[in-house]
Design a protein around this ligand. Structure first.
Ligand code: UDP
Length: 248
């Protein structure tokens, strides 16, 4: 059997130098694509993910249109060069599953009922993956939806926690995800204190599970603050541009 990596050392430090309750550095940018109705970009550790939104618009094929609300469509896709071993560009079972769970995590936050018979299309492109892409995908997608001006009850933010070398840790990286004992991704709407995605891979005791949820929610609250800053930054830049033009 291959030798297992030491994921947390005797000082409680992880493979990438983080403490057990420390998030990876998160960088968020809103409105970076000119052709989509809304877009956003996230770097979380080594993850690099783009999200783009079109809509609300016409539904094709038309028979899929819903009489009382918009149809939310979501495609999570990993670029062939996003992982160490070239990934086929065709959608894998995993990508089909993640497209579904991400859609379901975002759906409760959107006022879909305001746009009957239309569709809102969401594209999530993973350019570089390092564990926790479904969570980073939810975080960046909700910013792209907000950027497209789609009315929402709250932003949705996601973060995972799990178990590595017997420690409950937050925001697992790729090696912790693969070699750790458990992974619990959580998506959260902080204003409603409501969870819209909860999955678990591996085995935890009830106490460990509660600790993991609590760490994941703390992580979500920290990333939520960054999401709001990223949204404001876009409008601040527009405001400064307009004021600059007026002065000329
Ligand atoms: N991964 C990979 N090749 C694949 C799919 C996944 O190397 O075809 C890696 C990738 O780094 C991903 C990690 O495995 O982030 C964990 O995948 P998982 O299904 O747990 O989803 P995630 O943690 O990204 O939400």
């Amino acid at each position: 059997m291959p030798k297992k990596t030491k994921l947390v050392n005797s000082k409680g430090i992880r493979t990438d130098g983080r403490k057990i309750d420390e998030l990876r550095p998160v960088k968020l940018e809103v409105g970076i694509l000119s052709n989509a109705d809304g877009s956003a970009y996230i770097e979380q550790g080594k993850n690099k993910i783009l999200a783009a939104v079109y809509g609300p618009g016409e539904v094709h094929p038309r028979h899929l249109a819903l009489p009382d609300r918009a149809l939310l469509r979501c495609r999570y896709h990993m670029a062939p060069f996003s992982v160490q071993e070239r990934k086929s560009p065709a959608p894998s079972r995993r990508e089909v599953e993640l497209s579904k769970v991400i859609r379901e995590a975002l759906q409760p936050a959107i006022f879909l009922e305001r746009f009957p018979r239309t569709s809102i299309e969401l594209f999530i492109e993973v350019l570089q993956a390092d564990g926790g892409t479904r969570c980073a995908g939810v975080t960046v997608a909700s910013l792209a939806l907000a950027d497209a001006g789609i009315p929402m009850r709250d932003l949705v933010v996601a973060c995972a926690a799990g178990k590595a070398d017997g420690h409950i840790v937050v925001d697992l990286n790729d090696i912790e995800d693969k070699e750790g004992e458990a992974d619990v991704p959580v998506a959260y709407m902080p204003n409603f204190d409501a969870v819209s995605l909860l999955q678990m891979d591996g085995i935890l005791t009830i106490e460990e599970f509660e600790q993991a949820i609590s760490l994941a929610l703390d992580g979500c609250r920290k990333i939520y603050a960054l999401q709001k800053e990223a949204l404001k930054a876009k409008y601040q830049a527009i405001k400064e541009e307009v004021e600059g033009a007026e002065e000329e």
